[in-house]
Design a protein. Structure first.
Length: 497
């Protein structure tokens, strides 16, 4: 059971709820905090002073007063009017992550909503009700308005949802699960749609996947180094201690450990080659920089998991309007991750080229064939890798620099963080496939060096990989092998070898 109090949600818990069926509840102290802030909202809503989105319109209409008898209608209208997303729906795991993080934000006790609102989000998670949330329509300020509004619609018994693999009307999904729809009270509609939970959910899940890729890249690179009869001398820890970036030292230590005990290395230890190409020798510096970028993203996104990002906020006995919903802190990190993974895929593709290119592959067979000319071998795998890297380079262009004014110039600088998150998702997928291509190509190169064996770790990887992709013996269609190897990497299988 994951217990939400607005202060201690972790990425491991996000993974267990979004990608699994871990149950969720709201902590008792969070209920008390929500009740306290709710009392402030009810007192101010009954007064004469204008309070943004409680008794006024929203956005440029913030100066328009709404009479007391229409406050509930105001909140319903906010949700309905903001639910105008388009495009393919977000994945089930992404919507579940959104609901979890949103419930955690509300549980912190600064949003002025009744506890039942956060509890009902937990009910959706626990009953397997997943709102249908279009992936396009957010500019990342005032948060992810459109995506969050599609979730709020289902809480009201409207919109669309999926339950037990069936897509249906939101009210029908609630009825099947025995969950009552909510009649939103003052401020609750705006509290449900203001925030960064869509970009954080998508980006956070991609961060977890990117970390797996960074770990796997070191091991795959080690296979390539041995396949090209490279030297591990460049991974000496004494060298990396003179430039002590944490990621660089970690990658160097990994590479040195993975290559320890290789018969292939011993067979050429006295060769005259002094230095390997950058894609091998500088792997710790490049992979390490990627690691450090992901670490900073984890720090930033980790803060956001337990941060209050709606508006206005109930602080002490006041309701204060501000801009915590602005997605810029996340957008910059999401763009940085896309750039970092584009680099990771780029150096991997260069190693693939060295493995197959007869001008560069240290006397391995041309394109790792048995019969060059009759066979093309791994020629086209490098072509596919090049295509994926080219696509990544386009997707690495930052969205966070592309603000477009919205809401009648009231929202005159926005983050575009959701666009950054969706681009990152494709970059992660492409990078996973590039690493899968390097993995398959390096495994074939090691086959060409038999009967010499690599290190114990690498030989175990090869044995497990053979269960996913049979060793290459002659030309065959390898698209399915790439997909399966990518799924294998993405599942974190290499970490367990």
């Amino acid at each position: 059971m994951v217990t939400l109090d607005g202060a201690r949600l972790t990425f491991d818990e996000v993974r267990s709820v979004s990608r699994g069926d871990e149950r969720v509840e709201v902590a008792g102290n969070a209920i008390t905090a929500m009740q306290r802030s709710r009392a402030v909202v009810e007192r101010l809503a009954a007064g004469d002073a204008p309070v943004y989105a409680v008794n006024t319109g929203v956005g440029l209409l913030a100066d328009v007063r709404v009479p007391p008898e229409q406050l509930e209608q105001l909140q319903r209208n906010v949700v309905r009017s903001h639910a105008c997303g388009v495009g393919p729906p977000l994945a089930r795991e992404e919507v579940r992550a959104m609901m979890l993080i949103r419930a955690n934000v509300l549980a912190k006790g600064f949003s002025g909503i009744r506890p039942v609102v956060a509890e009902r989000l937990c009910d959706l998670l626990n009953h397997g009700i997943t709102p249908v949330v279009p992936s396009q329509g957010s500019v990342g300020a005032s948060g992810d308005l459109a995506p969050l509004a599609h979730i709020a619609l289902v809480l009201m018994g409207e919109g669309e949802a999926e339950i037990q693999g069936t897509r249906c009307q939101g009210g029908e999904a609630l009825r099947r699960a025995g969950v009552e729809p909510i009649v939103l009270a003052s401020k609750e509609g705006i509290s449900l749609v203001n925030g960064t939970q869509a970009m954080l959910a998508v980006g956070g899940l991609q961060l977890l996947d990117a970390e797996t890729l960074a770990d796997s890249a070191d091991l795959i690179c080690a296979m390539t180094v041995d396949g090209l009869r490279g030297t591990p001398r460049a991974f000496d820890p004494r060298l990396h201690q003179t430039r002590p970036f944490a990621g660089q030292m970690q990658s160097a230590a990994n590479l040195a450990r993975y290559l320890e005990g290789s018969e292939i290395r011993e067979s050429h230890v006295t060769c005259r080659r002094v230095q390997d190409a950058y894609s091998l020798r500088c792997a710790p510096q490049v992979h390490g920089a990627v690691r450090d970028t992901l670490a900073e993203a984890r720090r930033t996104l980790g803060i956001e998991l337990n941060a209050v990002t709606d508006n206005p906020l109930v602080i002490d006995d006041e309701i204060i309007s501000g801009g915590n919903f602005h997605g810029e802190p996340l957008a910059l990190q999401l763009d940085a991750m896309a750039i970092a993974l584009t680099v990771l895929a780029g150096i991997s593709e260069r190693r693939v080229d060295r493995l197959v290119n007869p001008s560069l592959n240290e006397e391995l067979p041309a394109f790792l064939t048995n019969h060059a000319g009759l066979e093309s071998g791994f020629m086209m795998l490098q072509v596919t890798a090049a295509a994926l890297v080219a696509e990544n380079r386009v997707l690495a262009h930052p969205a966070s620099t592309g603000s477009i004014t919205t809401s009648g110039n009231k929202e005159d600088f926005v983050s575009m963080g959701m666009t950054s998150a969706m681009k990152l998702k494709q970059v992660v997928r492409n990078t996973r496939h590039v690493l899968a291509i390097e993995l398959l190509t390096a495994a074939r190169a090691l086959d060409c060096l038999r009967p010499l064996r690599s290190s114990g770790v690498i030989e175990r990887v090869r044995a497990e990989l053979a269960k996913v992709s049979a060793p290459w013996t002659c030309d065959r269609a390898l698209g399915g092998d790439i997909e399966r190897a990518g799924e294998w990497i993405g599942a974190g299988a290499m970490a367990g070898v």
